[in-house]
Ligand binder design. Structure first.
Ligand SMILES: Nc1ncnc2c1ncn2[C@@H]1O[C@H](COP(=O)(O)OP(=O)(O)O)[C@@H](O)[C@H]1O
Ligand SMILES: [Mg+2]
Length: 324
């Protein structure tokens, strides 16, 4: 394994991220005061500890970490795009993954923060404007993107999941934020006292102080943007990302290793299903987790039922279900 790789895909937690050199000068951020990185697992222990990344994925994760650039992960459904984020957070001890699932209705503002002025009015028990000196931070909750850009000592992992589902403007809006590494909360910055203790995406009990109505990062987060390829991204967007394309594992040994990783002894004598999966994948679109389901299910079925049962949980994802 080359020395420069911090994330290695070993699945064993270590402090390798402490060897991350300072950022290139054009990607240095000076937010503060520095916050300790939150403790705790990535939030998806089984997925994180069973993931076997490709060499290419390992290399590009490291490139994104060194260059302080978002990582755009493309590939068909079920190739492990989302899981990659959890696996990196687990191995490098980067704490809970900040998960931001994207739909066509998602706006940049959803990711940054929510401000709830109505609750604030109720809490104040009146229908006029609340006083400037009250605890406004109780009504501001940072979203996954807003939290990832807090000035943490170690990079947080932000999973912007299925960005290809977004409204057309979101990718470019996001890039602007990632270029600057900061955002403003006008509800705070226009107050006489623009500091407040706000809630974060790590839970209502987690509160951090935002000063001068602006959040600016210190360690740039590892941003994993996933895309099933439903949309092409503009060149300006691609230029600012590190990219990696994940493929369906195509070798019997590679698939068998993934099955064993997930199912341990339950994976014994599942070679016939791995071969059947490959046969079906050659003429259609299948995802690795369909094979995992088939192997699991067939452990509980009679020998004669195996193949029919497996075929039923491994339908072609790109077309109508076929039962051949
Ligand atoms: N390389 C891999 N190693 C281990 N498990 C994998 C791998 N690729 C996919 N999987 C498993 O397949 C399932 C789907 O992965 P997921 O990350 O949700 O895919 P995607 O986000 O690309 O649709 C998960 O259970 C994941 O653990
Ligand atoms: Mg996914």
């Amino acid at each position: 394994m080359p020395d420069w790789l911090l994330y290695t895909g070993s699945r064993r937690p270590h402090d390798g991220v402490d060897r991350l050199p300072p950022p290139p000068p054009w990607r240095a951020f000076d937010g503060g005061p520095v916050l300790p990185s939150p403790e705790g697992g990535s939030g998806n222990a089984h997925q994180a500890t069973t993931y076997r990344p490709s060499d290419d994925a390992v290399q590009q994760v490291n490139a994104a970490l060194y260059l302080r650039r978002p990582l755009l992960v493309t590939g068909p459904p079920g190739t492990g795009k989302s899981t990659l984020a959890y696996a990196v957070a687990h191995e490098l001890g980067l704490g809970p993954v900040l998960h931001w699932p994207i739909t066509s209705r998602t706006t940049l503002r959803d990711g940054l923060y929510q401000y709830d002025p109505l609750t604030r009015l109720y809490a104040a028990g009146r229908d006029t404007s609340p006083a400037d000196d009250e605890d406004i931070g109780r009504f501001i909750r940072l979203g996954p993107l807003g939290t990832a850009l807090l000035p943490y000592r170690r990079p947080r992992v932000l999973l912007v999941d299925e960005i290809d589902k977004s409204d057309i403007d979101l990718p470019n809006d996001l890039l602007t934020i990632f270029e600057k590494g900061e955002y403003e909360l006008p509800e705070l910055s226009r107050r006489a006292d623009p500091s407040a203790e706000v809630m974060t995406a790590d839970g209502p009990g987690d509160r951090v102080t935002v000063t001068a109505g602006t959040v600016r990062c210190r360690a740039f987060p590892l941003v994993v943007l996933t895309s099933n390829g439903e949309r092409e991204f503009p060149p300006a967007f691609l230029r600012r990302c590190v990219t990696v394309e994940l493929r369906q594992p195509s070798g019997e040994a590679e698939l068998a290793a993934i099955v064993r990783e997930h199912l341990g002894p339950l994976a014994d004598r599942s070679d016939d299903l791995v071969r059947r999966f490959l046969e079906r994948a050659a003429s259609g679109t299948l995802a690795t987790d369909q094979l995992l389901n088939a192997v699991y299910l067939c452990r509980h079925a009679d020998a004669e039922d195996r193949r029919a049962l497996a075929d039923r949980v491994m339908p072609n994802l790109a077309g109508p279900v076929d039962d051949d």
